[in-house]
Design a protein around this ligand. Structure first.
Ligand code: PLP
Length: 408
């Protein structure tokens, strides 16, 4: 589909794009934090709560069977989205953060011992740092940091030097939520495998913006959140290779994840249920299939092209504003533009833009070690989705100039 030609129709699919904030039409440039939801997703949630409420995997009545079928259809849709070998290699979680916690705990208990090393890059989101620190503390393993260069790209020479027989896990982001850098994950996975390490790819910022093929990448694990891809919040995914998921112990105990329970000993269910204790986010899971269908209908290649055009335009326009320093100038970037305005606090900028109806993110973006590296404690960030337009970027740039004139 040609997104430019259909932009009016596409924007009309997102009710929130029609609202006003502070008496200005909303310009939503905070898509890396969370994306807006198309009507098909909202309708699917409403439909479930209006007519199809039932728990899954638990009843033989019609509603439970229908619900379970829809619930499992989303798993198959995610399998196809990722090109996973099997649907049961897709585990439902509460989000990317929950997926990393699951992985760190379960992988760690099975595979990590004192002296082992977990490699993380300097640009990781806190959610891909803290869970690994927590399991390192318990197991005696060590977190080792892969440095980045001035442009905000992973230093591959240093990365190669850090890999060794003690490296058990490399957990890296596909796209940095602060820098926008697209990391060379294929090469990094091959290198990690050459020393026997496993690799987890944090796809929170890539899943909605480019094609992903876990078999071609050969990653061992991949994680993302539904809300970053036009879907509901409170829902995420962990893809894992079947043999590794089978070897790992379960995460949480409770209903659904068991095979048989006695007070003496409990045996666990097969994949994927082994990792899915309790009643899941049924409405969101069912609705997320609509988000996947919506994105695939637009085409991930078309989305990528459009968002890069928006990024290029915004980058060239923002560079014309004196005093702006862009944080993250990698050769390969996704639609994320972080910056600081010398002499102005990002929060003040964010507040003044909000008064003009423009939503951007300000703060540390859950990447404190990274911002420290860039010698700032906070930055402003505009992040783009396919429904944004050049006109919105013009409004953003004009708003930024107005804010600068007010503040400096
Ligand atoms: N990883 C990256 C790169 C992110 O951008 C985010 C969220 O911003 C996360 C992980 C955490 O995602 P969630 O808050 O949905 O668990």
């Amino acid at each position: 589909m040609n997104l430019e030609q259909n932009i009016k129709k596409i924007r009309a699919d997102f009710p929130q794009l029609g609202i006003s904030i502070n008496n200005h039409p909303l310009v939503y440039l905070d898509n890396a934090a969370t994306t807006l939801k198309p009507k098909v997703v909202i309708d699917a949630i409403t439909h479930y709560y209006s007519f199809e409420v039932a728990n899954v995997h638990r009843g033989i009545h019609t509603l439970s069977e229908v619900g379970t079928r829809h619930f499992e259809e989303t798993r198959v849709a995610v399998q196809h989205l990722l090109n996973a070998r099997e649907a049961y290699e897709v585990i439902y979680t509460k989000g990317t953060t929950d997926s990393v916690n699951l992985l760190a705990q379960c992988f760690g208990k099975k595979f990590l011992k004192p002296g082992d090393e977990i490699l993380l890059s300097l640009m990781e989101h806190h959610s891909n740092i803290v869970p690994w620190q927590m399991i390192a503390e318990v197991t005696g393993a060590k977190v080792v940091v892969i440095p980045i260069n001035a442009a905000g790209e992973i230093d591959l020479v240093e990365y190669k030097k850090l890999l060794n027989s003690k490296t058990k896990m490399v957990s890296i982001t596909h796209v940095s939520n602060t820098l926008g850098t697209v990391n060379p994950v294929n090469e990094m996975i091959t290198l990690a495998h050459s020393v026997g390490a496993k690799v987890c790819i944090d796809a929170a910022q890539s899943i909605a913006h480019m094609k992903i093929d876990v078999q071609a990448m050969d990653c061992d694990f991949l994680i993302f959140s539904a809300h970053k891809m036009y879907g509901p919040d409170g829902l995420g995914f962990l893809y894992g290779k079947e043999d590794l998921l089978n070897e790992m112990p379960p995460f949480e105990g409770g209903g659904s994840m068991i095979s048989e329970v006695t007070f003496e000993k409990t045996t666990y269910n097969v994949l994927p249920n082994k990792f899915e204790a309790g009643t899941p986010a049924i409405s969101g899971i069912i609705a997320f299939k609509k988000a996947i269908e919506y994105v695939l209908e637009l085409g991930l290649d078309n989305i990528k092209t459009r968002e890069l055009e928006l990024l290029d335009y915004a980058t060239s326009e923002i560079k014309k504003i004196s005093g702006i320093r862009i944080i993250g100038e990698a050769k390969e970037k996704s639609g994320v533009l972080s910056f600081v305005l010398e002499g102005a606090h990002p929060h003040d900028l964010g507040t003044l833009l909000d008064k003009q109806g423009i939503a951007i993110r300000t703060g540390h973006h859950c990447t404190q070690p990274l911002l420290k590296h860039y010698q700032c404690s906070a930055a402003a960030r505009a992040s783009f989705a396919f429904y944004n337009t050049k006109e919105e970027i013009d409004i953003f740039i004009a708003g930024l100039k107005k804010a600068r004139d007010f503040l400096l």
